[in-house]
Design a protein around this ligand. Structure first.
Ligand SMILES: [Zn+2]
Length: 442
């Protein structure tokens, strides 16, 4: 995998670049659409391309049972049409899908006007290791909280969680069927290499904001040992599907500068028989107030010439500070999940459709998405959302998801242009001033 850097900010960290994978290029900074189970809910592949999404992130944990079938098909790029169509690779997959979306997804597909099975995601893909999913089973912890909320965060004792960490990996109870299961670095690499995304994440242990410094030292050391095991196993399988699959090492270390710098140095130099990581995942649960500093510590130590993915964040201020501090790609399920709950992103702050029953005004006065271009207003979209009619509701999920995802994708496109034109600071100030003036509308 190649990573070309076109321009670097005066702070020496933020940059504009191009990641070149076997399935296409990603112009960075870039926001990836989340298709946890191999497809993006309520948006077709064609619509994803039209709204500017350059890559899709799926999850090794959620796709682990289908991984052998995906490998037989030649990788995720060859089978995503089937996932989009709801084709059932296994009876268990069918049951999971039924629980996941119900009939609404099928209706949404028809409402969106595409034929099941006719389209697949042709662009680059990335998979997460599944570490975050198994580690957070039962813990209820998010990725980012504000100072205000931190007081309410309590760490669930490991014995009370559904997941138990050992040197080998993580044993857990599958919340779907109640059966015991296990994922360690080797299993995660085997699963991800069968799924065949272009970029994989090493298996890591996510700590929570409530974990102590001492526990973070222990977990970080374990994550580093797991990183080396991940790299060793990945090398065995990375060419199995006939194209190069790449591996990112994942940094933990909580909110402590010494730990973050130390692990960045360790992972930045780590190699197995001379083979190093292709890039790096910036992991962990962050206090919003600390995010920029933590990224600066990590990225000042990591090799400049390799791409970095900031895992699981999408608020505009997080994306802006992330890009400024040297993160190249981003992903988060929030834009689409929040759309389904009536939260619509606008340049003047987010709005909740609950409050716009008869409003004829646009969703956002400055949006170029297909939903806005088709003339949907706050009132007309709200009517679909609040309708008891399943077809109307599915149409709402489609239209609102497109709008919110386009909003974040466009933000990264504009950051790229601002960096190239040398006006990033002014762009950031202007965007945040407008966006957060009315940010409490929701
Ligand atoms: Zn729009």
């Amino acid at each position: 995998m190649e990573f070309e850097i076109e321009k670097v900010l005066p702070n020496g960290l933020g940059r504009v670049g191009t990641i070149k994978t076997a399935h296409g290029e990603i112009k960075t900074p870039a926001f990836m659409a989340v298709g946890t189970r191999g497809y993006v809910r309520f948006i077709s592949p064609q619509e994803l391309h039209m709204l500017g999404a350059q890559a899709m992130l799926s999850n090794g944990y959620h796709l682990r049972r289908q991984a052998p079938e995906i490998a037989k098909a030649g990788g995720l790029a060859n089978i995503s049409a089937a996932f989009w169509a709801g084709a059932e690779a296994t009876a268990e997959h069918a049951a999971r899908e039924a629980r996941n979306d119900g009939p609404e997804r099928r209706v949404a597909q028809e409402a969106a006007g595409y034929l099941p099975g006719s389209e697949s995601w042709q662009g680059p893909t990335l998979t997460d290791s599944g570490g975050f999913q198994v580690m957070s089973l039962g813990s209820g912890l998010g990725k980012v909280v504000s100072m205000e909320k931190e007081r309410h965060v309590t760490n669930t004792a490991h014995k009370e969680r559904l997941a138990h960490v050992s040197e080998d990996g993580v044993s857990f109870i599958d919340p779907f069927d109640g059966q015991p299961d296990f994922i360690g670095p080797e299993e995660s690499m085997q699963i991800q290499c069968q799924i065949g995304a272009d970029i994989h994440m090493a298996f890591d242990e996510l700590t929570s904001l409530a974990d102590t410094y001492e526990y973070n030292i222990e977990a970080m050391a374990r994550t580093e040992r797991w990183a080396e095991r991940s790299l060793r196993e990945h090398i065995k399988h990375r060419d199995d599907l006939g194209y190069r699959q790449n591996l990112y090492g994942v940094l933990q270390g909580g909110r402590w500068e010494d730990l973050r710098r130390q692990t960045a140095q360790t992972l930045g130099k780590m190699n197995v028989d001379g083979i190093e990581f292709d890039g790096f995942g910036l992991g962990g649960a962050f206090l919003k107030e600390d995010l920029g500093e933590i990224l600066r510590w990590c990225n000042e130590e990591l090799p400049m010439n390799k791409p970095r993915h900031l895992l699981g964040l999408s608020h505009p201020d997080d994306i802006l500070i992330g890009a400024e501090m040297g993160a190249d790609t981003f992903d988060c399920v929030a834009p689409m999940r929040e759309a389904r709950h009536g939260k619509i992103y606008t340049r003047e702050g987010n709005i909740n459709l609950r409050k716009y029953s008869d409003a004829g005004e646009p969703l956002d006065h400055d949006c170029d998405c297909a939903t806005c271009k088709a003339g949907w207003t706050r009132g007309s979209l709200r009517a679909l959302w609040r309708s008891g009619d399943i077809e109307k509701k599915a149409k709402y999920y489609n239209l609102a998801s497109i709008h919110n995802l386009r909003f974040i994708v466009r933000l990264t496109e504009e950051i790229r242009v601002a960096m190239l034109e040398g006006c990033f600071d002014a762009y950031k100030h202007d965007f945040l001033t407008k966006y957060y003036t009315n940010a409490d509308l929701c």
